[in-house]
Ligand binder design. Structure first.
Ligand SMILES: [Zn+2]
Length: 195
């Protein structure tokens, strides 16, 4: 996990949003291999193991098959220029290497990726039942199936997006009280959070 990403993590427990304090154990360059993330509000501690932050309640790994292949999702995400983070939930995370080439200089966060995606330089891996990421901290969110059809995941994506930026999903159209749809075709949609 990129050590800088730990500044953008939050406690996944339902209480007022709280940052997590990193107690690193093994750090390789800018990558945390193992350590503890502690919440100052509820006092829970979460482990980073093999570079992965796993809250212990993640759904089973999703299918890798997705329409949101790198060449399709990179232009839809609409990120211009380097910096910040793009969150890839589910199957789209399998394409992170190609995405890194198409959108250079943007940190990639793989949430509940398909089997085979491990922590390594270029991608940070989180496993959780919601996004353990701070509000208004990410430049883009991509939801593969089944997350793109799940209103709770759409609302989580809206929460973590920086104002005015885009979410891309595969599935049924998202709730219109959450997103203003920019486009929707062939089971893929793009929108910006409704404010
Ligand atoms: Zn907490």
């Amino acid at each position: 996990m990129f050590i800088e990403l730990t500044d953008h993590l939050r406690c996944p427990v339902e209480h007022e949003e709280a940052f997590l304090v990193l107690l690193p154990e093994l750090v390789d360059g800018r990558s945390v291999q193992s350590g503890i993330l502690g919440c100052p509000v509820c006092d829970r501690r979460f482990r980073i193991q093999h570079g992965v932050f796993d809250t212990g309640d993640a759904p089973a790994p999703p299918p890798a098959a997705t329409r949101l292949v790198p060449e399709a999702l990179a232009p839809l995400a609409g990120l211009n220029g380097p910096g910040g983070y793009l969150v890839l939930v589910g199957g789209p995370a399998a394409g992170w290497r190609e995405i890194a080439e198409l959108i250079p200089g943007v940190g990639l966060v793989a949430v509940n990726p398909p089997a085979g995606v491990a922590d390594e330089p270029g991608v940070s891996v989180l496993r959780a039942s919601r996004l353990p990421i701070k509000t208004h901290s990410m430049r883009g969110v991509v939801l593969g199936p089944p997350f793109g059809s799940d209103g709770e995941w759409v609302r989580e994506g809206v929460r973590v997006l920086l104002p005015g930026l885009r979410m891309v999903g595969e599935g049924t159209n998202p709730p219109d009280d959450a997103l203003d749809l920019m486009a929707s075709a062939d089971g893929v949609w793009v929108g910006t959070p409704r404010r």
